[in-house]
Design a protein around this ligand. Structure first.
Ligand code: MRU
Length: 370
């Protein structure tokens, strides 16, 4: 997508240096745009864990490139030693963040491809590079298609209403959370391209404020009308007919259609159900976890450090600063995600179309999983 008129993806191999991966460092956004070099699998693991980059699709792409960096570091003496190193690096990457399934999906895809296509470590490096690029390209293409499918929902509302479509979103499932386009935002960008008037309510998304900092910044870059609201405003907006549609992203969706997404999503889905507002979730198939059904019982929910809740970050006299919000001695709990049961989800917008949030609905779009 565009930043200051230039097209960027969120992750790429550094031009002229194929041992370094570059990312947009999301920590100083929206105030400063920084590109960071990552030249080892450990550096990539740290960048994922400490959230220099984040978002389900991008974490998957980063794991793909992390495995390529691991392949460059791995012993080249024998295929066995090479694969052993890659397995260890894959385990390290998988441990960085537990909820978004894209991470383990990408590591496992790399290990499968390398094991089945490489006869030597040198070939392994080439396979790892091609696979990392394929994961990233596929993520971008799938998000583009999600936009094409999702825009039909916006179009339909616009045709009935004949006026601006108000869409509420939570967290950042925009292009910063993927390689390009985003998931929840892709239908919005497509609507904008087609001249459908939209306005986006952006939940601030405490504690890390991915909505206020990242989604709002993206929408500014793309010129999409939006308003940032505190997390608890959504229910009020819905009661007053100010939301036509909710679209969020997802970090893991079970085969039965339960959705793990950023903490607070479940409350938005409850408010949407109570007010008859359609609640959609947009995701690429790399976010589907076919091995589980009951999301509440089976999806691991990341708990992060309490400082993210106790402190807030912002710009003060030109400098990005963190300030303490709570009494210093108050403990805080920091649950990163919650699970929205399938019954509250009107539909899952995927790269293959919109599925009902159920096993039958997903299998109709992905019959190869039967
Ligand atoms: O903790 P994060 O920022 O990596 O959380 C992931 C998310 O951005 C959201 O949950 C998002 O809505 C879905 S992932 C694109």
């Amino acid at each position: 997508m565009n930043v200051g008129g230039e097209h960027y993806r969120t992750i790429w191999l550094k031009p002229g240096d194929d041992r370094t991966v570059q990312i947009i460092d999301q920590r100083p956004l929206p105030h400063t745009f920084v590109i960071e070099d990552l030249a080892s699998s450990d550096a990539m693991a740290r960048a994922i864990k400490e959230m220099h980059l984040r978002g389900a699709g991008l974490i998957g792409a980063a794991a793909g490139w992390g495995m390529y960096l691991a392949a460059l570091e791995a012993p080249q003496s024998s295929l066995e030693a090479f694969l052993g190193y890659l397995h260890e690096a894959g385990e390290k990457l998988k441990k960085t963040r537990p909820t978004a399934v894209n991470l383990e999906w990408a590591v496992d895809r790399q290990l499968r491809e390398i094991a089945s296509r490489a006869q030597t470590p040198a070939e392994g490096v080439q396979v790892a590079r091609a696979t990392a690029q394929a994961i990233a390209d596929e993520d971008a293409e799938f998000c583009r298609r999600i936009g094409e499918h999702g825009v039909k929902i916006i179009e339909e509302i616009y045709e009935k209403k004949g006026d601006t479509v108000h869409i509420l979103t939570h967290c950042n499932a925009g292009w910063l959370a993927f390689v390009d386009y985003g998931t929840a935002t892709a239908p919005m960008y497509e609507a904008q391209k087609r001249g459908i008037p939209i306005h986006v309510w952006v939940d601030e998304t405490r504690p890390r404020n991915q909505g206020a900092r990242l989604t709002a910044w993206e929408l500014v870059q793309q010129g999409v009308p939006h308003t940032v609201v505190a997390d608890n405003v959504g229910g009020h907006l819905m009661q007053h007919g100010l939301v036509d549609l909710v679209i969020t992203g997802a970090d893991r969706v079970t085969r039965c259609g339960d959705v793990a997404n950023k903490i607070g999503t479940y409350l938005k889905a409850l408010a949407a159900a109570d007010n008859g507002v359609p609640f959609y979730v947009a995701l690429p198939s790399s976010t589907l976890d076919w091995s589980i059904c009951d999301g509440v019982a089976e999806i691991p929910i990341e708990q992060r450090g309490e400082e993210e809740v106790k402190y807030i970050q912002g710009l003060h006299e030109g400098e990005v600063k963190r300030v303490l919000l709570t009494p210093p001695e108050s403990p805080a709990a920091n649950y990163g995600f919650d699970v929205t049961p399938a019954r509250l989800v009107r539909g899952l917008i995927t790269e293959r179309g919109v599925a009902a949030a159920s096993e039958a609905g997903l299998l109709e779009l992905y019959p190869e999983r039967r």
